[in-house]
Ligand binder design. Structure first.
Ligand code: OGA
Ligand code: MN
Length: 261
């Protein structure tokens, strides 16, 4: 049972966060600590040539999964939001999918009803007892995402997003997960949008292809909301990214012991 903090900005610039406890009840709590960058936040628009140059450089580089107009965010993404395309092979994708599909199917319906939930059109399970075939795949994820000795959540979170489903902007609960979120994407491509908590004009889009692994950590994990765009909005650099059913397999680490929330 994972907790997500929905993050919303209101006109008075105060933030309202809702932590969802399971699926049936919710309760308001204080928002997560926002570690605002000491860097001056600018609303100044960089000139068009500069932007074009930035985009061209990104699309040619190993950060071709990133689309962003704000140089400051590019810097944060290049450090704290890494995407490894083709991290798993098609065969490995099938191994994982075949393992989780029967468990997901036991949940007969995708959840569409809860207006206050962070996710629309989903079902999810958490697993710790993986098959011998899947274990080495998850080990590779864990080894890359978490330095040795970092206590990790034992349960792996599997989120099945329907073709019509989407994930609203939220920050994962700081109470229940640590600084790093590592997610494998199976089946459908999607676009993950990252928006700065305090400056909602600071936006970056990240293309998550099937079989890619993203590792989101630190500033990206705490100071930015993340969301998965719905089918109608699923575009990357102006090109449609056709959404279909998407399954993500997510590893997280333990929160720090003395979290004050
Ligand atoms: C979540 C989440 C992202 C993903 O479950 O909190 O943000 O890749 N998932 O499915
Ligand atoms: Mn999340």
């Amino acid at each position: 049972m994972l907790l997500r903090t929905l993050f919303r900005s209101n006109p008075s610039q105060e933030h309202c966060a809702m932590v969802l406890f399971g699926r049936n009840c919710s309760e308001f709590v204080r928002p997560p600590p926002i570690r605002t960058s000491t860097r001056q936040q600018t609303t100044q628009t960089p000139d068009t040539d500069q932007l074009q140059h930035l985009q061209n450089e990104l699309s040619k580089s190993k950060f071709s999964y990133l689309h962003c107009h704000v140089p400051e965010i590019v810097e944060v993404c290049q450090r704290d939001m890494l995407v490894h395309e083709n991290f798993i092979s098609e065969e490995e994708e099938e191994i994982l999918f075949k393992e989780v599909e029967p468990k997901l199917k036991r949940i007969l319906r995708y959840e569409f009803d809860h207006w206050d939930d962070a996710i629309h059109g989903y079902r999810e399970v958490e697993r710790s007892d993986w098959s011998e075939q899947s274990q080495p795949i998850l080990q590779r994820v864990r080894r890359l995402a978490f330095p040795p000795g970092v206590p990790q959540l034992h349960l792996v979170h599997v989120l099945d997003l329907a073709k019509e489903g989407w994930i609203k902007p939220h920050v994962d609960s700081v109470k229940f997960a640590g600084n790093t979120i590592a997610g494998l994407s199976l089946l459908s491509p999607s676009v993950m949008r990252l928006v700065h908590n305090d400056n909602r004009g600071w936006v970056a889009d990240v293309l998550l292809k099937p079989r890619s692994l993203y590792i989101m950590r630190d500033a990206m994990r705490y100071d930015y909301t993340h969301e998965i765009l719905k089918a109608e909005e699923s575009k990357f650099r102006g090109e449609e990214v056709p959404r279909n059913r998407r399954v993500s397999v997510i590893c997280r680490n333990e929160p720090p012991v003395a979290t004050t929330d």
